[in-house]
Design a protein. Structure first.
Lengths: 282, 340
């Protein structure tokens, strides 16, 4: 290299730049989080959490939105976990090498890449209209399931594949059938990894807005059945912010939403730490 | 018999197994030895699989097929709803049409989404211009020079950043970034610039973590050889490590672009949403409306052809994102191919 700058100097300068870049990334994150928390914490009172909104959200609390979010997540969880883990078991333990398996893996990849708004559109056309579920918890929860399913499948598959082969062999050698081996030996050892993945998936679903907008409705009433519409917290936040109803309430909602996501993330990290074998990558 | 299926284990074990077979012990015991064979290998010895096992395998297969089914249904329903307008207007006119006027008070409504396609790419590329250098620098920092404490902090920070819901980022953009741009750069505040910055924040963690992996998977010897030749660490990073990790980094960048184009909420809240091209075209302070915003904003009241046009926008969006994803995966795969 015919640079005029001595190598040692450029090396030093470059390293300083790298440190600066990393600091910028860190500071951006801290700034965003700090800003939300500082603005939102004063809004957080018991009545904010436990009251229904008045004046379309300008006053009162956000209880129906919190309940709505939990209902949606419950449907998502109950549908995504069995299907996702079942699919992962098939892919990791049963699937023969071949065209069908490759199509399935490709389908999972495809689904993961579909933009959330497209899943929302599909949820509207398929669940709300075609299947006649209407704007409801069921439609919204299932649409969210479509979104996190590939995530659950992928993480579970990785965790299953990370279980040492010796365990399977031992079990089979004792005369257990394939399913006995999978369900009693392989699956239990993969549970920490799977749980981490599911929790992170739910964490993604909590904040998702575009998917539930056209599927879960926007009612601020308390839901009484699976077919009632609800307005999830992120959608409530969007309406508060974009229609300029109340910035104060929007900050409060942001903090609550953020706390829910953080709790999920921390739980996932804690499980990972506790079992500490299998690292789940984002 | 089945000996050709024996792939696992060392030669000695294979030999041993063969001995068992030749001694003609009870079939079941042979089976036990075959349990050493990797499970992906089908054992063809005559075993009567119990019916319950069959049913379970079928159920597992069905849940695995669900993902494919959903993708198929998504494509079918998008086409079913969207084709109407695509055929009526013509695909070319729809994609290249300049005028989006779905509810014409007088005259024919017109459905042209070219400004929105441009807007989607504009905002996404803008975000990459910000996020790629920064993300790459962070990845190099993580992989090469960060002491372990800094690495663990940054890693956790990235995981946190991934977790922040996009609607919150949009909200922060709305209350902080938009007024900031309005006051310091002029214009309306809702702009391409604001959208790009918010998207860059969202793309950052993805770029960092994939690039970090790519950089870490560069064989150690490359680096050591370069250092041994007297190159400085930075010189090594720039001339040896980064070029070797190139395909992984390219994959990360394209993937980030795909997600940016598909991102809805955060962009929607800061980008202004006027369905026309910025004028002049390089004015990054002008508001635009990406495809995702178009769908979200109008879906709640659209009917008939208008709704169909929104589904057609969804089709275009789907295709664009799918193509980018495929390119990204190919880049990653080719990386896997060249190594080892």
């Amino acid at each position: 290299m015919t640079s005029l700058i001595p190598p040692a100097t450029s090396d030093r300068a470059a390293k300083v730049m790298l440190w600066v870049s990393a600091s910028i990334a860190m500071l951006t994150l801290l700034f965003i989080l700090g800003y939300i928390v500082v603005q939102g914490l004063p809004v957080l009172t018991l009545s904010f959490l436990l009251e229904s909104p008045r004046l379309s959200g300008a006053e009162g609390g956000i209880l129906p939105a919190i309940v709505g979010t939990f209902c949606l997540l419950l449907v998502t969880l109950l549908s995504a976990v069995p299907i996702g883990i079942g699919a992962a078991i098939y892919l990791a333990e049963y699937a023969p090498e071949g065209v069908v398996t490759r199509i399935i893996s490709f389908g999972v990849e495809c689904l993961a890449g579909i933009p959330s708004i497209v899943i929302g559109l599909f949820g509207y056309a398929f669940l709300v209209i075609y299947l006649g579920f209407g704007f409801s918890i069921l439609s919204g929860g299932l649409a969210l399931m479509f979104m996190i399913l590939p995530w659950v499948v992928r993480v579970s598959e990785e965790s299953l594949k990370a279980v040492p082969g010796g365990l399977r062999e031992g079990s089979l050698a004792l005369g257990a059938t394939k399913w006995q081996t999978v369900s009693r030996v392989v699956l239990p050892s993969a549970i920490p990894g799977i749980t981490t993945g599911v929790i992170l998936g739910i964490g993604k679903a909590i904040g998702e807005t575009a998917v539930i907008m056209f599927t879960a409705g926007s009612s601020l009433l308390m839901p009484t059945s699976l077919f009632d519409p609800v307005r999830a917290l992120p959608y409530h936040l969007y309406i508060l912010a974009s229609e300029g109803i109340s910035d104060k309430m929007a900050y409060g909602s942001s903090v609550v939403l953020l706390v829910m996501v953080l709790v999920m993330n921390l739980a996932a990290v804690a499980i990972q730490r506790h079992y500490g074998r299998h690292h789940v990558r984002n | 018999m089945c000996t050709d299926h024996l792939r696992g284990g060392g030669d000695i074990e294979n030999a041993e197994t063969n001995r068992y077979i030749s001694e003609d012990v009870d079939q079941r015991f042979i089976l036990l030895d075959f349990a050493r064979v990797p499970l992906t290998c089908k054992i063809t010895v005559d075993v009567r699989m119990k019916t319950s096992e069959r049913i379970i395998e079928l159920l597992l297969f069905l849940s695995a097929a669900t993902a494919v089914l959903i993708v198929a249904l998504i494509i079918i329903f998008l086409l079913k709803e969207g084709l109407l307008v695509l055929v009526k207007v013509g695909i070319v006119d729809f994609c290249l049409g300049m005028k989006w006027n779905p509810i014409a008070i007088a005259g024919e409504p017109s459905y042209g989404i070219f400004p929105m396609i441009v807007a989607s790419f504009y905002v996404a590329i803008g975000s990459l211009i910000i996020a790629v250098p920064l993300g790459l620098a962070c990845a190099v920092f993580l992989a090469e020079i960060a002491p372990s404490w800094a690495r663990s902090i940054l890693k956790h920070a990235i995981e946190l950043l991934v977790g922040i819901p996009s609607v919150i980022l949009g909200f922060v953009g709305l209350v902080l970034l938009v007024p900031f741009i309005r006051d310091h750069f002029g214009g309306w505040g809702f702009s391409i610039l604001a959208g790009s910055i918010i998207l860059a924040i969202m793309a950052l963690p993805r770029i960092i973590s994939i690039s970090d992996d790519a950089i870490r998977s560069v064989p150690r010897e490359y680096k050591e050889a370069s250092l041994a030749l007297g190159a400085t660490h930075w010189h090594t990073i720039r001339k040896v490590i980064l070029p070797s990790a190139r395909s992984g980094i390219v994959a990360a960048v394209i993937l980030a672009m795909a997600t940016s184009i598909g991102e809805t909420m955060a962009v929607l809240m800061v980008v202004g949403n006027t369905p026309i091209l910025p004028a002049p075209i390089y004015d990054i302070l002008d508001p635009v409306r990406p495809m995702t915003s178009n769908i979200l904003l109008e879906m709640s009241y659209a009917t008939g052809d208008h709704a169909s046009a929104l589904f057609a926008t969804g089709i275009v969006l789907f295709i664009v994102v799918a193509v980018l994803n495929v390119i990204s995966h190919t880049a990653l795969k080719s990386k896997m191919g060249t190594r080892r």
